[in-house]
Design a protein around this ligand. Structure first.
Ligand code: FE2
Length: 280
C-alpha cells in the first residue's frame, strides 16, 4: 500500500492509481507551510472572497475565482457564513482554501513546490517534462470543513494524452474523523467523466463526457495518513473527502502537475501560457 522505492512506487501507481509515501517531508516543513498559510490569511483582505463549493457553480462563475488562477486568494468554507451572509468564525477558522498560484507567487510555497525530489518523483511516474499548473492550501476546518464530491483531477487539467498527477501533502494527521481522502482503488482505469471548461466570453461550465457512475458519497477507501505523508494520485483516479465535523482541522497542500509534452486543452479553465508554449 505504501511505497518507499521508485520501482515500488511506479508499480503501485500503475496498479492502484495512487501511492502513499509516509515521511516524505519533515515536521519542520509542515510547520513552515502552516505558519505561512496563517500569515497569508491574516494579511488577506477578504471582502471580495467567495465560498468554494464543488457543487455550486456560482463560485466558479465568480470573477474572484477565475482570477485566482494567477493569484493567491482565500475562499471561505461554505458553512462559514450565516443566513445573512455574515462570517460567523474568526477568519483563521473560516477559510476553506488558498489558491491557485502559491507555487509561483509565494516564496515559502514556491521553495517547497520546487523541491528537486518532486521533479524526480514525477519523472519516475512517467512525466517527461513536469509542469506545475496549480497549487492549493486546504484547511478542512474543524466542524465546518466542506465535503469535496467525487471527482477526477483530470477534469480540471485535461491533456492529451492524460498526464495530470496530483501531489497531496498531509500537513496534519488525516483520519476518517476529520475528512481524510477517499479513493476508488484502480479507478484510474475508468474514463474521464467530466471536463471543467472556460466558456468563451466569460464563466465556466462542467461538461459531461462519460456516463460512468461515481461511488456513493461516503464510499471509497479511506487514506488515513500522518503529517509528512505525500499521496500521489493519477489524474483519472476518482477521489472524495467527507465534511469535517470533528474538532481537528485537516490541513493539506496540493500541487497539480502535467507533462509539458502533452497537449494542454485550451478549453481548461486554468491556462498558464508560459508553461503551454510548444517546446523549442
Ligand atoms: Fe481532487
Amino acid at each position: 500500500m505504501t511505497a518507499n522505492h521508485p520501482s515500488d512506487l511506479l508499480a503501485l501507481f500503475e496498479r492502484d492509481g495512487f501511492a502513499v509515501i509516509p515521511g516524505f517531508f519533515t515536521d519542520n516543513s509542515c510547520n513552515t507551510l502552516r505558519t505561512r498559510a496563517d500569515e497569508i490569511v491574516e494579511a488577506s483582505d477578504l471582502r471580495g472572497a467567495s465560498a468554494f463549493s464543488t457543487r455550486d457553480g456560482a463560485a466558479a462563475r465568480d470573477a474572484y475565482f477565475l482570477e485566482s488562477a494567477h493569484a493567491v486568494r482565500c475562499f471561505f468554507e461554505e458553512e462559514a457564513r450565516d443566513e445573512r451572509g455574515d462570517v460567523r468564525f474568526a477568519k483563521a477558522l473560516a477559510i476553506n482554501k488558498i489558491g491557485h498560484a502559491l507555487h509561483e507567487l509565494d516564496p515559502v510555497f514556491a521553495a517547497f513546490s520546487h523541491d528537486p525530489r518532486l521533479h524526480e518523483l514525477l519523472t519516475v511516474l512517467g512525466t517527461r517534462e513536469p509542469r506545475i499548473y496549480q497549487s492549493m492550501y486546504i484547511f478542512k476546518q474543524p466542524h465546518i470543513g466542506g465535503e469535496v464530491d467525487w471527482h477526477q483531477d483530470a477534469t480540471f487539467f485535461s491533456t492529451e494524452p492524460q498526464s495530470v498527477i496530483t501531489l497531496w501533502f498531509a500537513l496534519e494527521r488525516a483520519t476518517t474523523n476529520n475528512g481524510c481522502l477517499r479513493v476508488l482503488r484502480g479507478g484510474h482505469h475508468t474514463p474521464l467523466r467530466e471536463r471543467f471548461e472556460a466558456v468563451p466570453g466569460g464563466g465556466t461550465r462542467m461538461v459531461r463526457l462519460d456516463p460512468a457512475p461515481w461511488p456513493a458519497a461516503g464510499d471509497g477507501e479511506p487514506l488515513e495518513v500522518e503529517a509528512g505523508t505525500l499521496v500521489v494520485m493519477h489524474g483519472l483516479l476518482p477521489h472524495y473527502s467527507a465534511p469535517n465535523r470533528s474538532a481537528q482541522s485537516r490541513h493539506a497542500y496540493t500541487l497539480h502537475a502535467v507533462d509539458g509534452r502533452a497537449h494542454y486543452d485550451p478549453r481548461n479553465w486554468l491556462q498558464r501560457p508560459a508553461l503551454s508554449r510548444p517546446l523549442a
